[in-house]
Design a protein around this ligand. Sequence first.
Ligand code: CAA
Length: 387
Amino acid sequence: MDFTLTDEQKDLRELAHDFAVKEIRPVAWEYDRESTWPEEIVHKAWEVGLMNTHIPEEYGGPGLDYLSGCLIEEEMGWGCSGIGTSLMCNGLALAPVVLGGSEEVRRHYLGMLTEEPRLASFCLTEPDAGSDVSGMRTTAVRKGSGYVINGTKTFITNGSHADWYTVYAKTDTDAGHKGISAFVVPREAGVTVDKKEDKLGQRASDTAMISFNDVEIPAENLLGEENKGFKLAMMTLDRTRPGVAAMAVGIGRAAMEFAADYSKERVQFGVPIAMHQAIQFMIADMATKVEAARLLVWQSGALLDQDKRNTLACSHAKRFAADSAMEIATDAVQVYGGYGFIKDYPVEKLMRDAKIMQLYEGTSQIQRLVIAREVLMPRRVAEPATA
Ligand code: CAA
């Protein structure tokens, strides 16, 4: 296994890092405080080609490989994961369109994202159906030449700003996961934004509750086959969890850097605290976690690039990177001591931001569930990515 980056990947990483340094970091703490949605940064990131990274070239996108996507997402997470989530969320909404959309649907909806800086949202979670996807209650009922959608989706990233939505709904209410279908729903079909959430962390990202009240869409907007939407959702998450895990690596790396720098400045007992072994060991553990998480992330992306099933690898990556980000950020607050608890210092934001990494796109417990199943029933591991 060779993880030497190509020149193109190194250039992309540098571009993303420069963007994070110049456009994201200078406003990150202010946007967190004010809960400002980063519209201007979305436009700039779109201009320089840091959004929609996995739209194939034939539909006007850069068609980047998944490892390259992970490199970009780590830098976005390093800059500010709230702003990074706002920039990267199109990837979650568009993956089911790439996987299951008809040629016409792909051209239309992917084209919307590549022609202008527009947004799309992924609507899976409901108030009573989070980890248990099959428990969803939203319905899509066939009517004439289309479907009528009714239901409520919650925790929808960019939900207030999206131009279209990938929506999962029951087309057979008695069939559990075998009764779920996926659709593209344009905003103008009548999508209602009910509520913007006030969050603990990632406060620059928009998280909304969305309703569909008798929303009519044409049958062509069905993604893949009717009642096969659950698999489409799982295949989507296999493609996006490496990037989310990469963002967690970015948070961990940022927290480690802040802690290391501070430990060299802060003097206690007559020496910088970096001279005390108690602090050195904390910094060393942070560094190991960042390295190990990054390797798991790269592996989970590289498997997809080789067209291999990465379900197990991306759950390892997402679980370990998210838990590590939380541990590193918490220890970074510890290194800062009392100052770490104060908003004038940078690390309390990272601790709040890290928490969501253990929750969204599958909690750390769901990742463990997937890992346990895959370890106990390894049949899935050798399957191709398209299975
Ligand atoms: N790829 C392809 N098929 C898959 C698959 C995968 N990764 N995982 C499961 N499947 C298939 C199974 O093979 C099975 O197929 P058959 O019906 O042919 O047998 C079918 O799907 C059902 O699988 P399971 O029995 O494993 O299903 P389950 O109900 O036990 O659920 C789960 C599994 C892992 C718990 C899943 O429900 C899950 O991942 N839950 C978490 C959901 C999640 O991540 N939500 C986050 C939403 S996105 C977000 O956070 C919002 C945001 O804006 C950031």
